[in-house]
Design a protein around this ligand. Structure first.
Ligand code: PHE
Length: 470
């Protein structure tokens, strides 16, 4: 079947893989993955995550990309095209990027702020306890940084799939990889004598990261590790939010999807793994801990302290490189979110790329300003159904990641597994005689394992599971 819509697209397999990897590699890989690994027993989390990537990750990513390429549409139209009556799932999916876009640029702005801080020699100030909260609670500064980040995103999307996104990703992704590897090497060669007179090295920190820690492990805790790894997995692969459907719709029929999926997974998981190798050993060398306790403050609060301990020169260079790399990762992700919105709107309204991008840019500038103000003028402390305390940003994040994404995954696996049947997807993967080696596994996963696990994940992340299991 040929793509029906006369869409623009990626020039070939490499452009597609790098753009999709650009979407996948984001804050989740650099900040959330190392923090979860430190919290969930080091090597144990790594093994669990790897097994899930090869099974769940592969199934969900294959599905999204195949849905996009076979229908040639973005989510809003794709599901309805696939099966009459399922258009609602397209809209539900569409809500995820719609929400994510309200805050991703805000976090992107925070990253830019740290780049400026290191450029202007504020390596010591950035390491103080109040630097981060002092910044986000200001009224104007976070808005300005957010607008710069958003403007770059709009610029890339405005230029189109091949000339904008593909070209940008082909430059940014290799650069990101080089920086990550550079910082990993530096971090593994660290050696520091702490205030307690003990010398700790990066290599000792590496052991903390890699060796599985089963202390205090119970069945309930293991279930938590499993669910942490699973929710991390689909946030990290950008699946179940329509992004990979949109990117899939830009892929030519000659491209071997089976191979591309594997390459995207290797890139995404590789960067997450390396991020752990860069962060955990350096935190360990300077503090003697794994960083597990740092939680969300890991990259904006704990790491600047570690950079400061490296001294003015090394601290400034490593701090700057680190935040440039994070900005690259966040930009390519934000681009993929905006692109998905633009493409959906173009399909719904039949509008053109440039005006659609500009209008969405203005709307999101306003929405993101509101989220920035959530830390001062609009400050509030709301309680989420799972018990957490939230500001505006956390509410948007909760609805999209903890509620909608597992729900979308659950419904789409039911649709593919039981209604249109997995053959709909496997035929697309096998286009042009491609051998789909994991076809049997795919069938089992999509019909049985995924729906069950997605249901459990949905109950857990919404807080409903605790009603059943104490
Ligand atoms: N996959 C990205 C990450 O790992 C996150 C992301 C979320 C990207 C939503 C796009 C949209 O951080």
């Amino acid at each position: 079947m040929e793509n029906k819509s006369p869409k623009s697209g990626f020039s070939g397999s490499i452009g597609f893989v790098l753009a999709a990897a650009g979407s996948a590699v984001g804050l989740g890989n650099i900040w959330r993955f190392p923090y979860l690994a430190a919290k969930d027993g080091g090597g144990l989390f790594l093994v669990v995550y790897l097994l899930l990537v090869l099974t769940f990750g592969n199934t969900l990513l294959t599905t999204d990309i195949a849905v996009g390429r076979r229908t040639g549409k973005s989510s809003v139209k794709a599901y309805g095209d696939m099966k009459k009556g399922w258009g609602f799932l397209g809209y539900l999916t569409f809500f995820v990027p719609l929400l994510i876009m309200t805050y991703y640029a805000v976090i992107g702005g925070w990253v830019l702020k740290y780049i400026v801080a290191y450029i202007t020699g504020q390596w010591e100030a950035a390491a103080t306890d109040t630097y981060f909260t002092g910044f986000i609670t200001q009224e104007a500064a976070p808005i300005i940084f957010m607008l710069v980040f958003l403007a770059v995103t709009v610029f890339v999307v405005y230029n189109g799939v091949e000339k904008g996104i593909e070209r940008f990703s082909k430059f940014v992704m290799p650069a990101l990889l080089v920086i990550v590897v550079g910082i990993v090497i530096y971090s593994l060669t660290l050696s520091h004598e702490g205030a307690d007179g003990v010398t700790r090295t990066g290599l000792q920190g590496l052991k903390v990261y890699l060796i599985p820690d089963f202390t205090g492990m119970t069945a309930g805790k293991f279930l938590n590790v499993l669910l942490d790894a699973m929710s991390q997995l689909f946030f990290s692969l950008s699946v179940s939010m329509g992004i990979m459907i949109t990117y899939g719709s830009y892929v030519k029929k000659e491209v071997n999807l089976n191979k591309s999926v594997a390459q995207i997974e290797v890139f995404d998981t590789g960067v997450a793994f390396l991020a752990g190798m860069m962060i955990i050993p350096s935190i360990f060398a300077f503090t003697g801990t794994s960083g597990a306790g740092a939680g969300p403050g890991l990259i904006f609060v704990s790491l600047p302290k570690v950079f400061a301990q490296m001294g003015p020169v090394a601290g400034t260079i490593i701090g700057l490189l680190f935040f440039v790399m994070v900005a690259f990762a966040a930009l390519t992700s934000c681009v993929s979110v905006l692109e998905t919105l633009v493409d959906n709107f173009m399909e719904i309204r039949g509008s053109k790329r440039q005006p659609t991008t500009l209008v969405l840019g203005v709307i999101y500038a306003i929405a993101d300003i509101a989220i920035c103000l959530g830390y001062n003028v609009l400050y509030g402390e709301w309680t989420l159904p799972n018990g957490g305390t939230a500001q505006l940003l956390d509410i948007a994040d909760y609805i999209s990641n903890s509620f909608l994404m597992p729900l979308v995954s659950l419904l789409s696996t039911i649709l593919i597994g039981w209604i249109v049947t997995p053959k709909w997807v496997t035929d697309e993967i096998e286009t042009g005689g491609v051998v789909f080696g994991r076809k049997k596994l795919y069938n089992i996963m999509i019909k049985f394992v995924c729906p069950i696990m997605m249901l459990i994940l949905f109950l857990q992340s919404t807080g409903l599971l605790s009603l059943f299991i104490k």
